[in-house]
Write a protein that binds this ligand. Structure first.
Ligand code: NAD
Length: 429
């Protein structure tokens, strides 16, 4: 059945436009009631709040905050909370929809949500951040809950933010409720293996694709853009556990390259004390290149794990990697994706490759509900199993339907959410 076409652009936000375009093309490949597209293209719930706090100087400051629940069709909605000046309703809508699709792509029983506060966290003291977080939690509490909507950390928020959130909501409810958030400190019901989970998942996705392409991981030369949480774990795990050679890594300050392989142990040690890469390797053991040059280096696997919109129409035809495992959300634009596909580059898309974080968030929620906590080995083993199974399901869907991996991931995810909506009886046949 045809999808209803829109007469004017619904959004000027590129991430929301891309997500809706990918959704529409997946939906058009499925035999579904078109009313379901109308349901899935819009969030179920949107809450905007104006958050007042008293600053350290005694003056009142106000901030805009949002929580968007895109879908709860497959389970409680799940998604991070980000603090950034660019946060607005359209960005939060896009990210909430991506969460619905990500949870469906790896088949965990969650819907999707996202939230955020438009603020510059570096200009707020720790006390101001705590007051802002607690006030925000109190204001959106009516729509949250361990069986309803479960926040997690995202850009510029962390396990401390989630501890304050959990404490505020628990006080509101009158009892300790660790399942209200994920990404908490381990002492408050956080899960072992959560910090490394996204990078580990990105590494597993890359290795699964190497195997499909007949490339032994120990022969693979890997480039990682963004040596932060996701990128550094992906690089270290690919090197230590799979024997890959990491030839280049970068951060916002610099990109470093050695065609014979970087000394990751030395880089880890450097980052621990110096934070940034631009002061590394001053004795000449690495070449200092730009982030743009890094993306087009001669390598087998590229892991973009920094920010969105890095592989574009401008550089997609110069990418030399055979495989891309997307750690960041939205690192490849819609137009660049078509170029990569035409060139036969195998892309494991963000909503599959970087789903390790939400998978272990799901494990954290399960452990919190049971008040029974697993060893890190058990978390890693379960994550590995889930990532490999999800990768295989997408791989088979791609083969059966003659699709690229991104389109196959979207088709599977959209189909799962649509089936849940239909089975729940929101739409009758
Ligand atoms: P992070 O802040 O820990 O690391 C980001 C890294 O990218 C840093 O090294 C930073 O210096 C670098 N960087 C920033 N801007 C850059 C630029 N313009 N050019 C090159 N490098 C740049 O963040 P993270 O948690 O690792 O997240 C990275 C990406 O992964 C984001 O897109 C995020 O949305 C996505 N992601 C993260 C998680 C998670 O669990 N942390 C889960 C899913 C997706």
């Amino acid at each position: 059945m045809a999808v209803a076409t829109q007469t004017k652009p619904e959004t000027t936000n590129p991430m929301l436009a891309t997500t809706l375009a990918l959704f529409d093309s997946a939906f058009a490949r499925l035999e579904l009631n078109e009313g379901i597209a109308a349901i899935m293209r819009q969030p179920e719930v949107e809450l905007k709040v104006n958050i007042p706090i008293v600053g350290d100087d005694g003056r009142i400051k106000t901030f805009e905050g949002y929580r968007v629940q895109h879908s709860a069709a497959r389970g409680p909605s799940k998604g991070g909370i980000r603090y950034h000046p660019d946060v607005d309703i359209e960005e939060v809508r896009a990210l909430a929809m991506l969460m619905t699709l990500k949870c469906a792509a790896v088949n965990i029983p969650f819907g999707g949500a996202k939230g955020g506060i438009s603020c510059e966290p570096s200009q707020l003291s720790q006390h101001e951040l705590e007051r802002l977080t607690r006030r925000f939690a109190k204001m959106i509490a009516p729509i949250l809950g361990g069986k309803r909507d479960i926040p997690a950390p995202d850009m510029n928020t962390n396990e401390q933010t989630m501890a304050w959130f959990m404490d505020e909501i628990s006080s509101h409810q009158g009892y300790y409720s660790p399942e209200i958030t994920t990404g908490k400190p381990i002492i408050l019901g956080g899960s072992e293996g959560r910090t490394e989970a996204t990078g580990r998942g990105v590494a597993i996705a890359a290795v699964e694709m190497m195997r499909k392409q007949g490339l032994p991981p120990e022969d693979a030369r890997v480039v990682v853009q963004g040596f932060g949480n996701v990128g550094s774990y992906a690089a270290n795990i690919l090197s230590e556990e799979y024997g890959c050679t990491i030839v280049a890594v970068s951060d916002i300050t610099d990109a470093i390259y050695n065609p014979h392989g970087l000394d990751l142990a030395a880089i880890n040690e450097h980052i621990k004390y110096n934070r940034f890469l631009n002061t590394y390797g001053v004795n000449g053991e690495v070449d200092h290149i730009t982030n743009a040059e890094l993306l087009t280096l001669d390598c087998d696997v590229l892991v973009p794990a920094a920010i969105e919109n890095q592989i574009t129409e401008k550089n997609a035809d110069q990418i030399q990697a055979r495989i891309i495992s997307e750690g960041a959300n939205g690192p490849t634009t819609f137009a660049a994706d078509a170029i990569l596909n035409d060139r036969g580059i195998m892309v494991v898309p963000d909503i599959l490759a970087n789903a390790g974080g939400v998978i272990v968030s799901y494990f954290e929620w399960v452990q919190d509900l049971q008040f029974y906590f697993w060893e890190v080995e058990e978390v890693r083993e379960k994550l590995h199993k889930k990532m490999v199974k999800s990768f295989d399901e997408v791989w088979h869907a791609a083969q059966e339907r003659n699709l690229d991996m991104r389109s196959a991931t979207y088709v599977l995810a959209v189909e799962r959410v649509a089936n849940a909506i239909q089975k729940r009886g929101f739409v009758s046949n």
